[in-house]
Ligand binder design. Sequence first.
Ligand code: ATP
Ligand code: MG
Length: 169
Amino acid sequence: MRLFLALVPPPALRRRFGELADTAHAHCSGRRVPDDNLHLTLAFLGEQPERQAEELADWLNGIRIAPGQWRLDRWGHFAGPGIVWIGGEPENPLVQLQQSLREKLEGLGIASQPRRFTPHITLLRRAEQPPGPSLPDFDEEWSYTRAALVLSEPTDQGSRYTPLAWSRM
Ligand code: ATP
Ligand code: MG
């Protein structure tokens, strides 16, 4: 089972990110991430046996993450894979959260990626243009309280995500 830990935006914010994805797509082309898939990856766990998934679900059900607020106000670009993303200040509490989850996973004997974390939400993949100055300004605040363990499965229409478990509120 292909698994990752993520923060999932509440529906209204997800729709707002979807609008930004549409805007970015109009400027940069590429493959737009569908609204249902918009998320922040905290830890990519890769292929794990079902047994391990159950243990991870139990573990996450029993922990609380430090709740926080993430201000998103800038466009970003990973040139290699042509990823266009939105994010905020590079130094923010998500970095600490990601690091602490990575350490906890290590304690469970599970390696996770990435090692160097840039908090971001991917909007486009294989974009043909980088995000340029013609893209509009935005300023959104996301109050998050829990993390999800998500199953990623390939389908004809791309990856389908299913949350398997949540951390405590
Ligand atoms: P697709 O691979 O079909 O384009 P996807 O990338 O959304 O879709 P997954 O590959 O299952 O689906 O990835 C799930 C999440 O984990 C995504 O946020 C993705 O960016 C992230 N991810 C995948 N592989 C890695 C990796 N090696 N290191 C860090 N993050 C990763
Ligand atoms: Mg992928």
